[in-house]
Each structure stands twice: as structure tokens, then as C-alpha cells.
Write a protein that binds this ligand. Structure first.
Ligand SMILES: Nc1ncnc2c1ncn2[C@@H]1O[C@H](COP(=O)(O)OP(=O)(O)OP(=O)(O)O)[C@@H](O)[C@H]1O
Length: 216
């Protein structure tokens, strides 16, 4: 089974606090890695480091064996990062957002109407995103999963605000991605309804004793 992403000995310090130190992980094609941990532990930080959006104080991340600086084009093509806040344009309609997002992703030929239907927003096409519910905005952001060619999906709290049908829809999409040899790295405060060897877990615990005391 091929290794998609490998992180070695990562250390991240933010605002003077060590979030994690000497953290290593590996994710193979066809597998999910669920990053767990309490609020503020550093899960989003880890995802951003692995997506190449943030530098660790120490350590290295390689995608298909390549550090980002050696092959930025490979990273751009083969990773998809969706953050925990839906990156929608408030003043654009649902349909315009889907179209705009696909253009930005270089997937301009994507049928926005089809996407709208796929993510369950048909009938809401003319509503400005700022008037959509949190779950509907999340569905716009997640629509990228239906056209992205990237092998590695990095998703920060993708289930937030989704109803049960939305969660089922996402699980189905994840299954298709893994079946095609994709890999998925995600955070979720909800347990995943996945079992078996495809699912790995990594827990980040607060490092700082003072911080642990504050929480207890
Ligand atoms: N831009 C930043 N500058 C400085 N510190 C930051 C920044 N972003 C996050 N942090 C700090 O890093 C720590 C970890 O934040 P992070 O968002 O990675 O946690 P998390 O585990 O994803 O939390 P949650 O479960 O609440 O989403 C927090 O204490 C946060 O205040």
C-alpha cells in the first residue's frame, strides 16, 4: 500500500506554548487518519502544517516522498484542504459560490447545477450565502469533494453543522474516495462511523502542564 503522506518529528509552538513535540505520522492510500484531542490541543495547527500552510518549528512533511519545497506543484495538485470555517462569499448566491469555487480550483468545466443538486441545495440557488444556514454553507464548502482530483483530502471538522443526511452523504463520498486509492486526514469531535483497518486515530494531548491544570 503506497504511502501518501509522512510527517517526521514535528514540533509546533504557538504563542509560546508547545502544542506537540516530535510527532510523527504516516497515512497510506485508502486510509483515514482521524486526529482527536480537546479544544486547543493543536489539531487544526497540525492539519495546516501537513497541508503546507504553516511551518513547524521542527520536523518535515513529505507527500509521496517529496517535501513541499522540492515540488510545490505536486502539493498543489495532490492535496485539498478545507478549513473549519466555510470559505463562502457572503454576497454571492449558492450557485455563484459553487461556480466561483470551481474556477478557483481550476475546475471551471464543472457543472455547478449538478453540484448544487449533489450537495442538496437545489432550490436555494438564488439565495445569497449570508442568508443560508450554517449547514447549507458547509455544503457549499464541501462541494469541492465532488470534483477534486487530489489524492489527499485534509478536512478540518467537516461534519460541523451538517444534519444526519449530510453526514451520511459525506461518509458515502469518503468511501468512494478511499475506494479510488485516496487518503483522508481529518479532525472531528464526532466519532466516525467507520471501523476496521482503514481507520487510524491519532490523539493530541495538551503538552503544557500549566494548561492541563487550567483544564482540570
Ligand atoms: N494564528 C495563531 N497565532 C497564535 N496562536 C494560535 C493561532 N492559531 C491558533 N493558535 C493557538 O494554538 C492552539 C491550538 O489551536 P488549534 O486551532 O490548532 O486547536 P484545535 O485542537 O484545532 O482546537 P479546536 O478543537 O477548538 O478546534 C490554541 O491555543 C490557539 O490559541
Amino acid at each position: 500500500m503506497s504511502v501518501v503522506i509522512q510527517a517526521d518529528q514535528l514540533t509546533s509552538v504557538r504563542a509560546g506554548r508547545t502544542l506537540f513535540a516530535q510527532l510523527s505520522l504516516q497515512l497510506n492510500a485508502g486510509h483515514i487518519l482521524h486526529i482527536e484531542g480537546p479544544n486547543g490541543a493543536g489539531k487544526s495547527t497540525l492539519l495546516r502544517i501537513i497541508a503546507g500552510l504553516l511551518r513547524p518549528q521542527e520536523g518535515q512533511v513529505r507527500l509521496f516522498g517529496q517535501p513541499q519545497r522540492d515540488d510545490p506543484e505536486l502539493w498543489q495538485r495532490q492535496t485539498l484542504f478545507i478549513g473549519h470555517k466555510p470559505a463562502v462569499k457572503a454576497e454571492l448566491t449558492a450557485l455563484e459560490n459553487l461556480h466561483f469555487q470551481a474556477q478557483l480550483d481550476g475546475a471551471g468545466a464543472t457543472d455547478s447545477w449538478q453540484l448544487l443538486e449533489t450537495v442538496g441545495l437545489l432550490g436555494l440557488e438564488d439565495i445569497p450565502a449570508q442568508q443560508l444556514s450554517a449547514g447549507q454553507q458547509r455544503r457549499i464548502a464541501l462541494a469541492r469533494l465532488w470534483y477534486s482530483p487530489a489524492t489527499l483530502w485534509i478536512l478540518d471538522e467537516p461534519f460541523t453543522a451538517l444534519d444526519t443526511r449530510g453526514i451520511d452523504m459525506l461518509h458515502q463520498r469518503f468511501a468512494e474516495h478511499l475506494e479510488r486509492g485516496g487518503a483522508l486526514l481529518l479532525t472531528s469531535h464526532q466519532p466516525l462511523t467507520w471501523s476496521g483497518e482503514r481507520l487510524q486515530k491519532l490523539r493530541i494531548e495538551p503538552q503544557d502542564e500549566e494548561f492541563v491544570d487550567e483544564l482540570s
